[in-house]
Design a protein around this ligand. Structure first.
Ligand SMILES: [Zn+2]
Length: 252
């Protein structure tokens, strides 16, 4: 039983909101920590960051060299939205029922396709063929998935359940908790790490968490290869979706 659990437990570190303007203090610290612990995270780059909250941070003119060094170290380069500006509201009608504002939800297919293409083209011009994506605020509709697929994206770092799964012609890696230092004792999932809101105490707790669970951390390719779609896993996914949607409504 213990072996079965060990074989079926893993965490991918998803770093959100990576852009020229971000909290480089904590990114520098994390970079050193990941190197020390031999951890390969996935970084969600905002290709054309226009988010006023992020633009308050100083710009790093060396940004693309940093990305290049991450790639060389085996980090996965992913795309996180296009400009990270919310201009629609979902009223809980978004695909995962997160609610809240969105960069993509509710826009027509052509609008979404164009934004995704512009973002991927920008990353390509810097040398990165990106195949994975996650939307700001977890908010998608069916046009988002279609536009992603038609732009060559294959993997979404969002979704419910305990195992990566295939749906809408895309692979989904579950992302369940807001807190970065939480992990279920069973199943495969991704974190979301928002270091732009951190203070030293957050970093300390994150470091302790990583040291404790480092054997469970998988890189992106390892995580994608765990994809499966058995009936039991589908049922677990529906259950976790139901539980988390209701939990979120209670705590909002
Ligand atoms: Zn974000």
């Amino acid at each position: 039983m213990k072996n079965l659990i060990n074989r079926n437990t893993g965490l991918l570190l998803r770093i959100d909101d990576v852009a020229e303007n971000m909290s480089w203090k904590y990114m520098d610290k994390c970079e050193k920590l990941f190197e020390q612990l031999k951890i390969k995270p996935l970084v969600g780059i905002i290709p054309e960051n226009k988010d006023p909250d992020l633009l308050r941070f100083p710009k790093n003119d060396n940004f693309w060299n940093r990305v290049s060094a991450w790639k060389k170290n085996g980090w996965e380069i992913s795309m996180h939205g296009f400009n990270h500006v919310y201009d629609t509201t979902t009223k809980f009608k978004d695909f995962f029922k997160y609610g809240g504002p969105s960069e993509f939800f509710g826009h027509d297919y052509n609008h979404q396709h164009k934004k995704i293409k512009l973002g991927l083209d920008k990353l390509k011009s810097e040398g990165y063929i990106v195949k994975s994506f996650f939307a700001p605020n977890h908010t998608y509709d069916l046009n988002t998935f279609l536009a992603l697929k038609n732009n060559g994206v294959e993997v979404i770092i969002d979704g419910y359940g305990l195992f990566p799964y295939f749906e809408k012609n895309l692979t989904f890696i579950p992302q369940l908790f807001y807190k970065e230092t939480l992990m279920l004792p069973f199943g495969f999932q991704s974190t979301q790490i928002h270091m732009n809101n951190w203070d030293d105490e957050n970093f300390k707790r994150f470091k302790e968490f990583l040291i404790k669970i480092k054997l469970k951390i998988l890189c992106y390719n390892e995580m994608v290869s765990t994809k499966s779609d058995s009936k039991v896993k589908k049922i677990l996914r529906e259950l976790s979706k139901f539980a988390l949607i209701n939990l979120r409504k209670l705590t909002n």
